[in-house]
Design a protein around this ligand. Structure first.
Ligand SMILES: Nc1ncnc2c1ncn2[C@@H]1O[C@H](COP(=O)(O)OP(=O)(O)OP(=O)(O)O)[C@@H](O)[C@H]1O
Length: 342
């Protein structure tokens, strides 16, 4: 098991800087998610880790060894791309065994390893097929099998679920988690989807503006974002600027009780699902501007003294409400988070 470290990586295409001092570690034997908006440079970082791209500056280390200038095939990192990139003229089994050919092992041993990996990825019986005869989900599993059969020190997955439809995604997600746990391979998975990152990994690194804006367990980033940008990326829409006076905070919606003292100017944020219907701590009277039924939840825009708060309620909680209605809501103090850098 080897730790992957990216340290101070900078890279750009032409005049446009993409990575600007990116520092990130994927712990040995763990699954880490690198999360960020589309186009922020996640694939660029992964390609540098794999050795497919040389950084303008910075260092890549695997198991403590500086591999920045080591070619891809000798660094112990294997990358799985967004689309499977299988060789069309080879069978699935030949594709999966392709990387093992360099190792000059007895053919019988290679065949046994390939068969075991096909079975492990749910592709038993499909080894003789051509890639064109596989479904999208099966092809993606074959790409994963081809990488894992090499027993890499580090597995790099670039948006492994993005080419699959919603129904196949949860199965592939479970397979990635299971295989990672079983093999203990240090894994860095790239995604632009915060829910997917949270479902896959216990450690998430959020990349904004070419560097890591915050990292930690997803629950912690949700509840305690370090900036408004991080909070927004994780779905927060309500920001209340104001002034702290101990456990009371003066805000545009009136004085709010806090669970921890705050002194001086700042901004509070609250997650949409934390704004609750009815009376409780920090009860406010709001006018419903809009209710949008999303299937499993209803998203409400609520006007309190000219400030719009966004709430997410269970559809039953919002049933019968119409725009213009006056509703009572409350903001539990424990869910009001004061941004450290507003
Ligand atoms: N070979 C290239 N030449 C020029 N620009 C590039 C090249 N590869 C990527 N870019 C640009 O660099 C930026 C970062 O791209 P990258 O693919 O690393 O981002 P990403 O976060 O992985 O995006 P996505 O989630 O959409 O795949 C984008 O603006 C992209 O258009």
């Amino acid at each position: 098991m080897s730790r992957l470290e990216l340290e101070g990586l900078s890279h750009g295409y032409g005049e446009t800087p993409v990575l600007q001092g990116l520092t990130l570690a994927a712990e040995a034997g763990a699954l880490t998610a690198l999360l960020g908006p589309s186009g922020c440079g996640k694939s660029t970082a992964l390609r540098i880790a794999a050795g497919l791209l040389a950084p303008a500056s910075g260092t890549v280390r695997i198991g403590g060894r500086d591999v920045t200038r080591i070619p891809p095939e000798r660094r112990g990192a294997v990358m799985v791309f967004q689309s499977p990139h299988l060789f069309p003229k080879m069978s699935v089994a030949e594709n999966v065994g392709f990387g093992l050919r360099m190792r000059r092992r007895p053919a019988a041993e290679t065949a046994r390893q390939v068969a075991a990996m096909l079975e492990r990825t749910g592709l038993e019986g499909l080894g003789a097929r051509r890639p064109a005869e596989l479904s999208g989900g099966q092809a993606q599993r074959a790409a994963l099998a081809r990488a894992l059969v090499l027993e890499p020190q580090v597995l790099l997955l670039d948006e492994p679920l993005s080419s699959l439809d919603a129904g196949l995604r949860s199965g592939m997600r479970a397979l990635i988690r299971e295989l990672q746990r079983e093999t203990g391979t240090t894994t860095l998975v790239v995604t632009h989807d915060q829910a997917e990152a949270a479902a896959l990994a216990s450690h998430v690194a959020l990349m904004l503006g070419g560097r890591i804006a915050q990292e930690g367990p997803p629950e912690e980033i949700y509840a305690r974002p370090v900036s408004a940008e991080v909070a927004r990326f994780f779905g927060a829409e309500t920001f209340l600027p104001g002034h702290g006076r101990g456990t009371s905070f003066s805000s545009p919606v009136g004085p709010l009780a806090l669970s921890a003292p705050a002194i001086g100017p700042g901004t509070l944020t609250i997650r949409p699902e934390a704004i609750r219907p009815g009376a409780g701590q920090n009860t406010l009277s709001a006018r419903l501007v809009e209710a949008e039924f999303l299937g499993t939840a209803t998203r409400l825009q609520l006007d309190v003294s000219g400030t719009i708060l966004t709430a997410l309620w269970r559809p039953a909680e919002a049933a019968g409400l119409s725009p213009g209605d006056i509703v009572q809501i409350h903001l539990p103090a424990e869910n009001l988070w004061r941004l450290p850098s507003a």
